[in-house]
Design a protein around this ligand. Structure first.
Ligand code: F0G
Length: 482
């Protein structure tokens, strides 16, 4: 992909694959989009996919598979115990991460559950570059606290720092001192840091983190769910990685880690998850919980077909042409929007394009969930669903007080190899229209609010009739058009 130079005009993303299976999309009229979002309680998670034109909710479990992956699914060995499929997956895991032990789990949060059951107790702390929703919820459920130690620049919307996902080493040392190393359950580093805009950390920063952990005898846990994007940026943006192969970079990260876990809904372009380690002691402790919560040790809740797909997907993760498609499309989308003055996180990261709702809707107060409101408005304007990544995705404290997020983002995920460049251009076009009409958008309030992970199934309503005004303006500007 990135290797092709263009003779005329400006360069643009060029796919190094062709599309051989298609799925028809449906774009319903704006009035129907208004009805659909009302029925969904202004929560994009609750929309029906048949009402969605481009699904930019997430890249989880919806990345396009390769022909090799689909072919591998056909020769899966279906058995509860000791299947050949598991042996193949285990072998490819051990080869990929250069580790001795592998435990299967049904998805990423299942690994987080096992880790927090084993390591986290009341009064314990988990320092992290930045939390992820499920990881944090599972740590706090076990009585632990999360300390977010991302470098200051990581929370700035506009920046040209290449590794905004780095952890602040000085603060890490301070937190370890404050709680005492015995009370640090583990240090969690998240590759391609999700909630701050898919921002990577450098190999240099990870090496420093590992040194601190080893000096204090604290396990270093790598959340490798978004490792593919992180790897791409290590290779492109970090001088020390320039001449390393992708596999050499992975092995270096693995050598510096004590435990690695991942959602295979992201890493490996499949659906599932797993935990890798070189420590026999950690392996034995975690192994006890797999048959209890996940399934027998040779499937851990995954179907054999998915396990075959992941094994091939991991192999493809070491191919730069395969992992560059996401970052290069995101780079295009972010740069086009930035040129047009639309507030987006820079530099472009992995996972998707992240719109800064706090600035896009600077007239909507944080207690009316600007990122959620922007998500609703954008669906009405385009039929595209994104995901709120802001205060709505947090949860209230024990006294019911709102916890305001550092950033209010509308995430427009780019599942790998799913959308074409013209669809991305459509997404940009509708966002431009919405930006010009942003004053019509107002906030949201809950009418059904779950206590834990409320963003998944909570329901909200607009604070006024702003959505009908937005629909009327759409009709006025677009006439009969969808
Ligand atoms: N860690 C990271 C960095 C993630 O992005 C996710 C999931 C998980 C762990 C949990 O994995 O979904 O397989 O249980 N992220 C999805 C998303 C939900 O849309 O960003 P899971």
């Amino acid at each position: 992909m990135a290797k092709v130079k263009f003779y005329t005009g400006e360069s643009f993303p060029l796919e190094m694959h062709k599309v051989r299976i298609i799925q028809k999309l449906n774009l319903i009229p704006v009035e129907e989009r208004g009805k659909a979002i009302t029925e969904a309680g202004n929560n994009t998670f609750l929309l029906q996919n048949r009402d969605v034109f481009m699904d930019m909710l997430t890249d989880s479990g919806v990345n396009a598979m390769s022909d090799r992956q689909v072919a591998a699914m056909m020769y899966a060995d279906d058995s509860y115990a000791g299947s050949e499929t598991f042996t193949r997956l285990e072998k490819s895991m051990k080869n990929f991460f250069g580790c001795k032990y592998f435990l299967p789990a049904h998805q990423g949060r299942a690994c987080e559950h096992i880790l927090s059951q084993i390591f986290v107790k009341k009064g314990y702390v988990v320092p992290t570059n930045y939390h992820f929703t499920t990881a944090k919820a599972l740590i706090t459920v076990n009585g632990g606290v999360v300390e977010e130690l991302i470098i200051k620049e990581g929370l700035k919307i506009k920046s040209d720092l290449p590794f905004k996902g780095n952890i602040d080493i000085e603060q890490l040392n301070e937190v370890i001192k404050k709680y005492g190393p015995d009370k640090v359950a583990y240090v969690r580093m998240e590759a391609g840091t999700n909630l701050v805009g898919g921002q990577p950390f450098s190999l240099e920063n990870y090496t420093e983190t590992s040194k601190v952990c080893r000096a204090n005898n604290i396990p270093l846990v790598l959340d490798a769910s978004l490792l593919a994007d992180n790897l791409y940026f290590n290779k492109k943006r970090e001088a020390a990685c320039k001449d390393m192969t992708l596999h050499e970079i992975v092995l270096k990260f693995a050598e510096l880690s004590d435990i690695i876990y991942f959602s295979a809904r992201k890493l490996g372009f499949g659906r599932g998850g797993g935990i890798c380690t070189n420590s026999h002691e950690h392996f034995l402790k975690m192994r006890e919980l797999i048959p209890l919560y996940e399934g027998f040790l040779t499937y851990g809740g995954m179907s054999v077909r998915e396990m075959e797909a992941i094994a091939v997907g991991l192999d493809e993760t070491l191919d730069e042409d395969m992992i560059s498609q996401g970052p290069i499309f995101i780079d295009y989308m972010v740069k086009e929007l930035d040129k047009l003055g639309i507030p987006v996180i820079t530099p472009p990261g992995g996972l998707g394009c992240h719109v800064d709702a706090m600035s896009f809707l600077d007239h909507v107060p944080q207690n009316q969930y600007p990122a959620g409101a922007l998500g609703s408005a954008y669906y009405i304007a385009s039929g595209i669903r994104g995901m709120e990544r802001g205060t709505l995705s947090e949860q209230r404290d024990e006294d019911g007080k709102e916890y305001y997020s550092n950033m209010e983002l509308l995430r427009l995920a780019l599942p790998r190899r799913v959308f074409t460049l013209s669809q991305v251009n459509y997404a940009i076009d509708r966002l431009v229209w919405l930006y010009e009409n942003r004053r019509l958008v107002e906030g949201l309030r809950f009418y059904e609010e779950p206590k834990i992970l409320r963003f998944f199934y909570g329901r909200l309503e607009p604070v006024s009739d702003w959505q009908s005004k937005l629909i009327a303006k759409f009709r006025q500007d677009f006439g009969e058009s969808l």
